[in-house]
Design a protein around this ligand. Structure first.
Ligand code: T5A
Length: 212
């Protein structure tokens, strides 16, 4: 009990996070490890309902602070009902986005002090053991997201300006620089299999071998 590990994937739109979460969970399960794939905003029924509000369901735009609070409310539910219980029983939890996304997406407007306080209240000690930041130019990620979406509607953040998306790349690089033990920046312009192999090597070295 209590030997679970928490791994998160971060980066801009269309960086390949969902793809790599699925690959990693598959590989962990092949080793006989209980591994859960989840996402933010979302992961529990309440948090999925808040996801709809945040990404598609608003009558008029929220203020940046309200938006950050709703992401955090969804995160608290996700942590309480899914992430912490899974970690406590020894599972690996692999999450598509987490608190670094709030820092990168909402932090630009709200500033570091606000985000630090909110993160401390929301996440407390349950920070990820390992975070992969998938890095690629904003234009390339948006192109991938466009291709995948097809004729579907763009969401709240996909419709932001290109300058906003370029700023996200810088914000994630800054997060990696400030958290060198936890964060690994991965070149996401390469082939899906090459990226998955690199990620697996890090997980093997940093988590599996270190705790076997
Ligand atoms: N948000 C979230 C905040 O503002 N604050 C917060 O606190 C949180 C938690 C979530 C939105 O909410 C914002 C950020 C987001 O805007 P979302 O739909 O989950 O919305 O958005 P994304 O996380 O950006 O999800 P995407 O699906 O757009 O991107 P992924 O998961 O990074 O990319 P993926 O794996 O779906 O791949 C996209 C396409 O590219 C292909 C895939 O096959 C797919 O078609 N692909 C590749 N193609 C070529 N080479 C590769 N290496 C490829 N990898 C994947």
């Amino acid at each position: 009990m209590g030997a679970g590990r928490f791994i998160t994937f971060e980066g801009g739109e269309g960086a390949g996070k969902s793809t790599q979460v699925a690959r990693l969970v598959e590989r962990l399960r092949a080793q006989g490890i209980e591994a859960l794939s989840t996402r933010e905003p979302g992961g529990t029924p309440n948090a999925e309902a808040l996801r709809k509000v945040l990404l598609e369901g608003l009558q008029e735009p929220l203020s940046p602070a309200s938006e950050a609070m709703i992401f955090s409310a969804a995160r608290i539910d996700h942590l309480d009902k899914l992430i912490r219980p899974a970690l406590a029983r020894g599972a690996y939890v692999v999450c598509d986005r987490f608190a670094d996304s709030t820092r990168a997406y909402q932090g630009g407007t709200l500033g570091t002090a606000f985000i630090d306080g909110l993160e401390a209240l929301t996440v407390g000690a349950t920070m990820p053991d390992l975070t992969f930041i998938l890095d690629l130019p904003a234009e390339d990620g948006l192109k991938r997201a466009d291709l995948r979406r097809g004729s579907g509607k763009v969401d709240r953040f996909e419709s932001e300006t290109i300058e906003f998306h370029r700023g996200l790349r810088t914000a994630f690089a800054e997060i990696a620089k400030n958290n060198p033990q936890r964060c690994i920046v991965v070149d996401a312009t390469r082939h899906i299999d090459t990226i998955a192999d690199d990620i697996w090597r890090v997980v093997e070295t940093r988590l599996l071998k270190a705790h076997s």
